[in-house]
Design a protein around this ligand. Structure first.
Ligand SMILES: Cc1cc2nc3c(=O)[nH]c(=O)nc-3n(C[C@H](O)[C@H](O)[C@H](O)COP(=O)(O)OP(=O)(O)OC[C@H]3O[C@@H](n4cnc5c(N)ncnc54)[C@H](O)[C@@H]3O)c2cc1C
Length: 372
């Protein structure tokens, strides 16, 4: 710490995972932080997130190791299976990275622990505060998610496009807390599930279709539609789907990574800067990494425009690469016909002959340490 942030005022629009992590990171370095959040109460519709070690290292550096551990559940790996339930590939985190911490958590529990820690460090969080016009603050951080106003102020209006994919998500009660993420891949659809601890299991089910769904997370759907779309799936899937009582549905859109992340006074982070498809489970992880790096850059250099420029330089290439890798995964999960047969056969062979190779392809995501 150089003390450059000591007593500095910072205003953050958005009190989601990115905004709260940034608030905490800045406050720990001496800044006086205000968070403006439009929601009145914390209500997170059923959703879990996977927190890989790259983001876990930031939570640890922010002093959150113990509460995070208590609120989350270990994850020992990812199994890719075909729609009947037969194993295609096992990414064995526990074997290839025994020291690293892969965990899963309910979003509401992560938001709550960040919120508590931020308030404990003197952050003022104003709920029920919808920002319509941008405040004049000397340091204004846009952590305002997918439809960010700050991004628009920096980059103008951009139009994302519908990917032809929609996703349901649901949380069910489940005694099976085996610490594994399981992905079941069928033609034009796949389903991801992992335990969240506390007897909960997260389900995300993605289906390709032409009709459009709005890009927001609060739309609900009849669970019967989800059950119908995945009726042909085997293994534990039918048992899980039978227990779904409430489900959200949303459309997946492709966005460009923002060209301009800052202008010397304002900066964006998280989904405001680089919304991603969820197929690498890195949206929240990138927001957490951004938050750390933003605070570290501002702390290291009292020249704010130069510090913000350095922040963009450090973050933009990595986020661009992650967003591209998530997009590629979407294609690979949904293959059909002969392409699927060939791809699954190749992965099964790799799983037998060189199981570590498949894991190491993504090592650049998980081995990264933003705090180093
Ligand atoms: C199904 C699904 C599964 C996912 N799984 C994972 C996963 O496993 N791992 C992972 O890392 N990521 C995952 N993600 C992505 C992750 O949830 C997001 O990338 C992450 O929440 C982004 O955080 P954020 O703080 O940038 O934005 P958000 O969480 O969207 O927060 C933005 C906040 O800003 C507030 N806000 C917006 N506009 C205004 C305004 N004008 N005034 C005041 N407040 C405002 C909003 O109310 C909100 O609280 C998943 C996403 C989805 C949809």
């Amino acid at each position: 710490m150089t003390g450059a942030l000591q007593g500095q005022q910072a205003t953050i629009i958005g009190g989601g995972i990115g905004g709260l992590t940034a608030a905490l990171a800045l406050a720990r370095r001496g800044a006086r932080v205000t968070v403006l959040e439009r929601a009145g109460a914390r209500r997170e519709v059923g959703a879990g997130i996977q927190v890989s070690p790259n983001a876990g290292r930031v939570l640890e550096a922010l002093g959150l190791a113990a509460p995070f551990q208590a609120a989350s559940q270990a994850s020992h790996g990812v199994e890719l299976r075909d729609q009947r339930g037969a194993l295609v590939l096992h990414l064995d985190f526990a074997r290839w990275r025994p020291q690293a911490s892969f965990r899963t958590i309910h979003r509401a529990r992560l938001v709550e622990l960040l919120d508590t820690a931020a308030r404990d460090h003197g952050v003022e969080i104003r709920l029920n505060t919808h920002v319509d016009s941008l405040p004049e603050a000397a340091l204004l951080i846009g952590a305002d998610g997918l439809h960010s106003r700050v991004r628009r102020a920096l980059n103008g209006t951009e139009t994302p496009f519908f990917t032809g994919q929609t996703a349901w998500r649901a949380i069910i009660q489940d005694d099976d807390q085996q610490p594994l993420t399981r992905v079941f891949m069928g033609s034009g659809r796949h389903l991801v599930s992992y335990p969240l601890g506390f007897g909960q299991r997260n389900l995300v089910a993605v289906l390709e279709r032409d009709n459009w769904t709005e890009e927001r997370w609060s739309q609900t759907d009849d669970p019967a539609n989800l059950r119908r779309a995945f009726a042909g799936f085997g293994g534990p899937v039918q048992g899980w789907l039978d227990r779904v009582t409430e489900t959200g549905l949303w459309g997946l859109f492709r966005h460009q990574v923002a060209a301009r992340w800052q202008d010397g006074r304002m900066a964006i982070l998280g989904d405001a800067a680089h919304p991603t498809l969820p197929f690498l489970a890195q949206g929240a992880c990138m927001a957490i990494e951004d938050a750390w790096t933003l605070a570290a850059c501002l702390d290291a250099d009292p020249d704010q425009p130069r510090a913000l420029s350095r922040y963009q330089q450090l973050r933009q290439p990595r986020c661009t690469r992650i967003v591209a890798a998530a997009t590629a995964n979407a294609r690979n999960y949904h293959l059909s016909g002969p392409k699927r047969v060939a791809a699954h056969a190749a992965l099964r062979l790799a799983n037998r002959l060189a199981p570590r190779t498949a894991f190491e392809r993504f090592a650049w995501v998980y081995d990264h340490d933003p705090t180093a």
